[in-house]
Structure formats: structure tokens, C-alpha cells
Design a binder for this molecule. Structure first.
Ligand SMILES: [Zn+2]
Ligand SMILES: [Zn+2]
Length: 392
């Protein structure tokens, strides 16, 4: 069985839903329209129950199978939010919200799970309960964590939970899987360096925070190379430095911000300690001061080996053996599904979505979700439900 035939029938509908969501993107924790669209569709599919209000805009559709009521249950989860980015695709379904764009394909994820929900509500060829989970705020504010804290797994008791992300680096319709670590832990940091403003011609009368910032940027790169065991991975990236606005004025303050990534908790602690030590120590040595704000965003995404075997089996059912590939190494991308996997066994796969050989990647202003894979992802969700909750 490649794509489930009945789901292939939904391909034009899923494409239309995806284009509608794409044209109306919403930022993290502001997904009110998207949430309403999802609820309305689930209602029209005749799901048994719709749970709302988890993490504000989160939606869970409850679908009960036709089996002998085994009491078993699984969860299928997607994300719904968009990014603060100005779209440059020029497509007919391009974003109508200036500065907001579905550049990570969460529009496609949502459309795929809606397609699966429609199929599952129509066929109910499983024994137990499937929870289809539409999560807000994956990009910022960790909506998965909020849903867990709002009682997702108490209100929807389930054995396992599964997630997926489209992956434009891999050919459309392939699945990539990995047991254990698959996505990194993420933190965001701000460093504010305060010196003493002065005339650019009289630097000796001030304390120049620009020079201090330059020293700190270089030194931060030694955290990974000199204080982390080389075999362990980690990243420290300064993404922005701002301070001053004129040719001849040395500013009072410089604000730096960036992100760090790691897998092992001890590496995460070493990165944070190193950053605080270097930033404050270097600033002090120049007669300036540095304030470090360090926010841990998500833990590492860790796939359970047994759940991964089941996810891979369903992927092979849909795509065939040759299109289901092992990921040699985890990625340094982050994913708040990690919070659901901390609370519940499960697995997170990548679904290849390249339409050519040079597709714009995730978070790029010319990226667009590849509609070709909509029935592939939807069939995987449906296959998971039917394989994990077989009728007796
Ligand atoms: Zn993203
Ligand atoms: Zn994403």
C-alpha cells in the first residue's frame, strides 16, 4: 500500500486548505483564525469531540475507532504557527499578512493532519482512540510545553505521541528517522554591555562597549572549541549586535543576541556557564559591565526506540522500504515537541519535501511547502493509527 487511496482523493482539498492557511499566517500564540479553521474542519468531519483552550489556541480532535473499545489511544501532533518574515515567493497563495509567513511549512503539517483526521473519522478502521493534536507556538514560546502543562495528557490519556516535520533537503516523499537524539536543545541569549559613551575622537574619555562586544564575540567561540569535549556537539551563534548609530559617537551600550544548541545536559550547562563567565569577565577587564540573560527554550528531542520502530514501520507501509532512510546524525535545529516526548514515549520523523535540487530551505522568504507530499504525510498518520491500534 503506498498512499492510501481514500487520502489521495483528498489531495485537492488538502491543497486548498494548505493554501488558505498559507495566505493567512499567524504568529506564535496568535493562531486564532487557524485554530478556528481547524475546529470547523474537524466538526465537519464528524470527529467525536473537540477539545479547545489548551495553550490558548491549541485544538485536539478525538476520534474513536470501530473496534472492540480496547481502551488504547495514541496522539498525532502538528504545529500551526508562522514566522515573523516577509514572504518573497510571489505565489497566488502568498501571505496576506505583511511581515508574517508560513516559512516552516506548519501550514502543510496542519493540512496533512486534517486530511488524516477526515479519513480516520470516515473509516474508523482502528480499535481505540486517536487524538489529533494541533499545537500553537512551536517557533516561539514553546506551545508544546504549554499544552502539556495545561493537562493535554491527563485530558487525553494516550500511550504514545508522534510528530513530523517537512524537510526540503531530502527528496519529496522520503522519510528520515532516528532513534535517540534527533533535534537539539535550544537557548536564546541577550548580552547587554554597558560602557561609557563618548565622542569618537576622544575614546579615552569613555569606555567603548563596541570594542568589548567584539572581544566577547570572539571569545564565545572558544566555549565549544576549548571547553566542550570535542566529540560532543554544540553551537554558539551571535545573530545580532546593535549599538550606536553615528560615525563619530561611541555608544553607551551594545546589545548582542543569539542562540545556543546542544544535546547533553552537561554541555548545555557548560555553554551557559562559559557565556556568563566570559561576557562578565571580559567586560569587567575593560572597565565595562555585561548583563547576560539566558533563556532555555526547549530541551533536546529524544526519540524512543520502540516508538521509532513503529513510526518507521508505518512509513515503510506508505513510502516503501527504499524511501525510508536512517538519519546518520541528529540536527542542530530545535523542536518543542521535545516537551511532549519528555512526558510521553513517542517519535519525530522528517518527511522529505524537496521539489527540485535547489529548494529554498526552512525559514527562507522564498520557501513554500511542497503540496506533493500532503497525501504522503496524511497517509503516514493514518497508517500509524491503523497499525498501532489494530482491530482484533
Ligand atoms: Zn521553524
Ligand atoms: Zn517548523
Amino acid at each position: 500500500m503506498p498512499i492510501i487511496n481514500r487520502i489521495a482523493d483528498f489531495h485537492p482539498d488538502m491543497t486548498a486548505w494548505r493554501h488558505d492557511l498559507h495566505a493567512h499566517p499567524e504568529l506564535s500564540m496568535r493562531e486564532s483564525r487557524t485554530s478556528a479553521v481547524v475546529q470547523e474542519k474537524l466538526k465537519s468531519f464528524g470527529v467525536d469531540e473537540i477539545i479547545t483552550g489548551l495553550a490558548t489556541h491549541g485544538v485536539v480532535g478525538v476520534i474513536r475507532g470501530n473496534g472492540a473499545a480496547s481502551g488504547r489511544a495514541i496522539g498525532l501532533r502538528v504545529d500551526m504557527d508562522a514566522l515573523p518574515l516577509q514572504e518573497e515567493t510571489g505565489l497566488p497563495h502568498a501571505s496576506r499578512n505583511p511581515g508574517v509567513m508560513h516559512a516552516c511549512g506548519h501550514d502543510g503539517h496542519t493540512a496533512m493532519l486534517l486530511g488524516a483526521a477526515r479519513y480516520l473519522a470516515e473509516t474508523r478502521n482502528f480499535d481505540g482512540t486517536v487524538y489529533v493534536i494541533f499545537q500553537p507556538a512551536e517557533e516561539f514560546e514553546a506551545g508544546a510545553d504549554k499544552m502539556v502543562k495545561d493537562g493535554l495528557f491527563e485530558r487525553c490519556p494516550m500511550e504514545k505521541v508522534f510528530g513530523l516535520h517537512n524537510w526540503p533537503q531530502a527528496p519529496a516523499g522520503t522519510f528520515l528517522w532516528r532513534s535517540g537524539p534527533v533535534m537539539a536543545a535550544v537557548a536564546f541569549f541577550d548580552i547587554v554591555i554597558t560602557g561609557k559613551g563618548s565622542h569618537g575622537a576622544f575614546p579615552h574619555q569613555g569606555v567603548d562597549p563596541v570594542v568589548v562586544a567584539a572581544q566577547i564575540v570572539g571569545a564565545l567561540q572558544t566555549i565549544i572549541s576549548r571547553s566542550i569535549e570535542p566529540i560532543e556537539g554544540g553551537v554558539v551563534s551571535v545573530g545580532s549586535i546593535s549599538g550606536g548609530d553615528a560615525y563619530n559617537i561611541l555608544p553607551e551600550r551594545v546589545h548582542m543576541k543569539g542562540t545556543t544548541r546542544w544535546y547533553k545536559p552537561s554541555v548545555g550547562d557548560a555553554i551557559e556557564d562559559g557565556m556568563r563567565r566570559l561576557a562578565t569577565g571580559i567586560a569587567a577587564s575593560f572597565g565595562a559591565s555585561a548583563e547576560v540573560r539566558y533563556n532555555r527554550h526547549v530541551p533536546a528531542t529524544l526519540n524512543d526506540p520502540d516508538a521509532t520502530d513503529l513510526a518507521v514501520h508505518a512509513a515503510r507501509t506508505v513510502a516503501g522500504e527504499a524511501k525510508v532512510r536512517h538519519m546518520r546524525s541528529p540536527t542542530m535545529g530545535g523542536e518543542d515537541f521535545a516537551y511532549m516526548l519528555e512526558a510521553k514515549q513517542g517519535s519525530y520523523l522528517m518527511l522529505g519535501s524537496a521539489s527540485g535540487s535547489n529548494d529554498p530551505l526552512l525559514h527562507h522568504p522564498r520557501y513554500d511547502f511542497n503540496d506533493e507530499v500532503l497525501p504522503v504525510g496524511a497517509s503516514w498518520w493514518a497508517a500509524l493509527a491503523e497499525e498501532l491500534l489494530p482491530r482484533g
